[in-house]
Ligand binder design. Structure first.
Ligand code: 3PG
Ligand code: CO
Length: 555
């Protein structure tokens, strides 16, 4: 029968503290001026890379290796941390939604049948990120859902868009709005009253995460639900074009706007009897809105008016909270994660990051599960992030504070595993500010040093890796790898993640001298890290985990 007990590793000892360091957005790419990791002074990460070749290697962090539909999909933190923590590759939200739409099963499930009840007398509202980034949502899925819902009785549809510029190029919002407007006008020709009703940039409107700033969600609520916003336009295309023309404007931070009719009235507030679907499949940036839409008791901001609606998420965003209670597609069931195994085998675990990445080393790491497995053996510490700023103005973020917490946890002797996420490369990389990203990479490297020094002091082991690429390539390139230029001759800044592999480095005084990376695994990915970490703790991994990256030579 099933047992949580992990077998002892035949060669590796127990009892060595293990530091697991995830550098967010830290890929490996050619060294040029758009590779901020290369440009920055990163002596610690450099020394790992240029040290013993059997203790540093690259692994895949994108595409099918992390459960995404294809190898054209860049990696992201959700799927990366899921793979790192779960040790297996699960078909992820993007893929599950694709399948449900292709088979039509999405329309047979409880979630769709629930919202469908509102189609006769109410409006169907679709709220979410409008792009083809494939990280939180995808335009083609929205298009299919619009078609499917209208064929199944939705007569009045309002779309509330969030412009991207973070998983896709800045400025691409205009094209996505054009595509959507075109689809909606085709629906109107078929007699369906379909329109864009509101919008705003994802980082300023709605898509906050880990409760960093409820004001972001409130701005969205006001526009989407109440139909109130500082900007009013006759069409979304006009809105996006006009707001983008403001100095310093960009897709990520467009202010909230509503679309109004000829009499100046908002065309799509949410009313009693309506249905709402949040179309993002990824959880972290939808949980807060889901709470506002679903919870009767809610005190994060004044909702003013709480319409009686039928609400479904594209996915269920939090299995523990059962939030939302209705959803169109079932999320991946990620069970028996390495975190749960290790805790059940006595590994006392400390996890830490700052707010904007806190859920990554806890919730995502633990298979989209909130809270502790065993609070007597675990401590999760969240360092508050700066809020209300873009991280290029404070690119060091809280790397130092996170590293100090990790150092203290190691030195305390109270933990067997100390796990952190250092957000700098990713969060600053997303701003597209190259100079700031260089500062960010240096700060992350300095944080790694503090942690590795503590590992040295306690005779421990380290495993340093990353969840996906970002800071190593800040420019959009052609197939030959040459930077692409925009209309005015400047380079096209790449704010998004990349398809690049990421490093895995191991070492520390506690590491058995015979340990080295195997050379017989075809194309290892992030999912191979969990078994590796279990080995470093002196355990064999479960048989169905992706194989370990290491072997132990007899010496
Ligand atoms: C975001 O949510 O900030 C980006 O879309 C993806 O970034 P992450 O996967 O690194 O969190
Ligand atoms: Co990112």
């Amino acid at each position: 029968g099933f047992s949580w007990t992990l077998p002892d590793h035949p060669k590796l000892p127990k009892g060595k503290p293990v530091a697991v360091v995830v550098l967010d957005g830290w890929g490996e790419a050619n060294a040029d001026q758009y590779n901020c990791i290369h440009v920055a002074q990163t002596p610690v990460m450099d020394s790992l890379k240029n040290g013993a070749p059997e203790k540093w290697r690259l692994v895949k962090a994108h595409g099918t290796a992390v459960g995404l539909p294809s190898d054209d999909d860049m990696g992201n933190s959700e799927v990366g941390h899921n793979a790192l923590g779960a040790g297996r590759i699960f078909a992820q939200g993007a893929k599950l939604v694709d399948k449900a739409l292709a088979s039509g099963k999405i329309y047979e499930g409880d979630g769709f049948n629930y919202i469908k009840e509102s189609f006769e007398n109410g409006t169907l509202h679709l709220i979410g990120l409008l792009s083809d980034g494939g990280v939180h949502s995808r335009l083609d899925q929205l298009q299919l859902l619009l078609k499917g819902a209208s064929e199944r009785g939705a007569k009045r549809i309002r779309v509330h868009i969030l412009t991207d510029g973070r998983d896709v190029l800045d400025g691409s919002s205009v094209g996505f709005v054009e595509t959507l407007e075109n689809d909606l006008s085709q629906l109107r020709e078929k007699g369906i009253d379909a329109q864009i009703a509101s919008g705003g940039g994802r980082m300023y409107v709605t898509m906050d995460r880990y409760e960093n700033d409820w004001g972001v969600v409130k701005r969205g609520w006001d526009a989407q639900v109440l139909g109130e916003a500082p900007y009013k336009f006759k069409s979304a295309l006009e809105a996006v074009k006009t707001l983008r023309a403001e100095p310093k404007a960009n897709d990520q931070y467009l202010p909230p706007f509503v679309i109004v009719d000829d009499s100046g009235k908002a065309v799509g507030p949410v009313n009693d009897g309506d249905a709402v679907v949040t179309i993002n499949f990824r959880a972290d940036r939808m949980v807060m809105l889901a709470k506002a839409l679903e919870y009767a008791d809610f005190d994060k901001f004044d909702r003013v008016r709480v319409p009686k609606i039928r609400y479904a998420g594209m996915l269920q965003y939090d299995g523990e909270l059962m939030l939302p209670s209705h959803y169109l597609v079932s999320p991946p069931e990620i069970e028996r994660t390495s975190g749960e195994y290790l805790v059940k085998n006595g590994i006392r675990t400390f996890a830490c990051s700052e707010t904007v990445k806190f859920g990554h080393v806890t919730f995502f790491w633990n298979g989209n599960r909130s809270g502790y497995f065993d609070e007597t053996k675990e401590e999760y510490v969240e360092v508050p992030s700066d809020s209300g700023i873009t991280f290029n103005v404070a690119p060091k973020m809280k790397a130092l504070e996170i590293a100090e917490k990790a150092r203290d946890a190691l030195l305390s002797g109270k933990f067997d595993q100390v796990r952190v996420n250092l957000p700098n490369g990713d969060m600053v990389g997303h701003t597209g500010d190259i100079e700031a990203t260089v500062v960010a990479c240096k700060a992350a490297d300095e944080a790694v040093k503090i942690i590795l020094d503590a590992v040295e002091q306690v005779g421990g082991i380290y495993l340093v890796t990353a969840d996906h690429g970002n800071a190593e390539d800040m420019v959009k390139r052609n197939k030959a790898g040459k930077p692409l230029l925009d209309k005015s001759g400047g380079i096209q800044i790449l704010t998004s993640h990349t398809l690049q592999p990421v490093p895995v480095a191991i070492g520390g005084p506690g590491l058995h001298p015979g340990v080295k990376f195997r050379t017989d695994i075809e194309t290892p990915g992030l999912a191979n890290v969990a078994a590796t970490v279990m080995n470093l703790h002196g355990f064999e991994a479960p048989a169905d985990y992706e194989t370990t990256l290491i072997e132990v030579a007899d010496n």
